[in-house]
Design a protein around this ligand. Sequence first.
Ligand code: MN
Ligand code: MN
Length: 296
Amino acid sequence: MKKEVIENYKKAGQIHKEVRDFGVKQIKEGTKLLELAEKIEKMIKDKGGEIAFPVNISIDDIAAHYTPDIDDKLTFKDGDLVKLDIGVHVDGYIADAATTVSIGGQDKVLIKASKDAVDKVIKEIRPGKTVGEISSLIEEVVVSHGVNPIRNLAGHSVGQYLQHGELSIPNGKIPSDVPIPEDTVLGMEVFTTRGEGWVKESSPTLIYMFKQMAPVRMRESRKIVKKVFEEYKTLPFAKRWLKNVTTPLRLHMALRELENRGVLYGYAPLREKSESKVAQHEETIVVQDKPIVTTR
Ligand code: MN
Ligand code: MN
């Protein structure tokens, strides 16, 4: 991997660390999710980074893909299990990492199981190890804590301006001989639960990404596409970032049109099927003989 590419990955990781440390401290009873998301996103830019995707703040049985809505009124409550998943990029090179905070200190085992699994992967991963080997490692560690991995969620490769690359490492053991090539950059994430270990799509959709061009009717839809090309490109963006485009109702209609026509992909919030709480841990790893964890 080129030196300047590694440097950009490391710079993104350094900004991530600083922003994540700040964010974790704000996760307490009474904090507004919207304020926290906006502060974190501003801080990323102030530190010289760019936002790789909207800050995900997912609570309890929501595993991922919740980001505050326009005028979101939600505040943290005692007992919340909060996943803070932040994306930073420098010249398109992404740091994607997440951690879980329990307000009130419950669910320690879930949190530890997800973090231990990622730590174990960091210890064992090398170029040429297979997806099957790593996925079974994850399952072993998680199950040893008496909890379940979420089997339809996965770690994933990242690339320049690409949050989810082709390579995927499921949280549950799968038979796969696919080797992980040297210099693969992974958003290595593990989700744990006491429930079934399966997520399903829920609502409302608050995060989108450009998919492909297609004709659209609404003027607002064309305005959104223009903004996406100029600002977000191939990276995910939040509905709330579009609040100045038009009225909330027209925005809702335009996003629905864009999704229906296949122009945008909508990331619906992912909810654990048995409505059990979910913990998550994620770090970004450059796979080399001596793996580099950019977000630590
Ligand atoms: Mn993430
Ligand atoms: Mn990720």
